[in-house]
Design a protein. Structure first.
Length: 118
């Protein structure tokens, strides 16, 4: 079982940037596909970005393409989400997740709040 802890959230003005980190313990992340999801108040959790175990393949939801970048450092057992040009609609709790593939995320972190003010 892998444990995930997100950090890096906070309050930022529109147009600003944040970098979220997801640190893993318990198991090495190198064999896991990783994803970032978010949930805004009153909305369902949605996929934001994903990265393959090797880091070669990345995917993004359309609303963040060109603004967010997912990356991983398997040596540090950490996955990142660089968020630039933030918008108020990016406000949400952001969660990282790990799984054997991109269709089956089994392990989730507790989430980190991102608030973007206009």
């Amino acid at each position: 079982q892998v444990q995930l802890v997100e950090s890096g959230g906070g309050l930022v003005q529109a147009g600003g940037s944040l970098r979220l980190s997801c640190a893993a313990s318990g198991r090495t992340l190198s064999s896991y596909a990783m994803g970032w999801f978010r949930q805004a108040p009153g909305k369902v959790r949605e996929f934001v970005a994903g990265i393959s175990s090797s880091g070669i393949v990345t995917r993004y939801t359309d609303s963040v393409k060109g603004r967010f970048t997912i990356s991983r450092d398997n040596a540090r057992n950490t996955v990142y989400l660089q968020m630039n040009s933030l918008k108020p609609e990016d406000t949400a709790v952001y969660y990282c997740a790990a799984g054997p593939n991109r269709y089956d995320y089994k392990n989730w972190g507790q989430g980190t709040q991102v608030t973007v003010s206009s």
